[in-house]
Design a protein around this ligand. Sequence first.
Ligand SMILES: [Fe+2]
Length: 242
Amino acid sequence: MTGTGRLMPRRREVHPVASDPDYKTSVSRAPTWPLLSMESTPSEETGPRFGHSLIGPLDNNLILNFTQGQAPAVGERIRVHGRVLDETGRPVPHTLVEIWQANAGGRYRHVKDTYFAPLDPNFGGCGRTLTDGEGRYEFLTIRPGAYPWPNRANDWRPMHIHFSVFGHAFGQRLITQMYFEGDPLIARCPIAATVRDRSQLDRLVAPLDLQNSRPMDYLAYKFDIVLRGRRQTMFENKPQGM
Ligand SMILES: [Fe+2]
């Protein structure tokens, strides 16, 4: 958002290409006509407002939230944490962060996911939280499995977690994916490859954070989300950020 309160237009020249033959469905989805620029509406710029009353105590714990604590999900327990920051490194407090992911076998709880890895009856795959006053967030979850997808002859998505950061208005919502340090499938993924700049892609790869792991319980991964500026996180829908 600009200093005048208006949303900044997307900078198309730095956007990952909309159509890439190695990412087959992007070709049929990509616009073939010149884009039209439309003014945002007041409701897109002023709402919604989220409060802490929206968030339940287990909403950021994907190991337990699907069963409301009755039974844990199967898989390697991990903690994913970080901060949401603006382009000057200032924290973005009280903003809604949502995640969704496949289970440990690489299967989503979604009617269109027909991969034959089993569903985990104790894992839903969605979580949400609000950043604290210092822009910090955290999730407890399980490490998602890699999964195959119908693209080229044998394409697999690397292990990844989808992230949404809502900001303070519908028009500010940003979506991206977090990958895991050391995953050899990242370099082979046509979707990750739509981020042409390797240093930008590296910012989507969360490093192992042993210091914030808990012995005999979980490993930690650190994923800071920078909304704008030179060190910004690459977003699928708006890489230049808010
Ligand atoms: Fe995915």
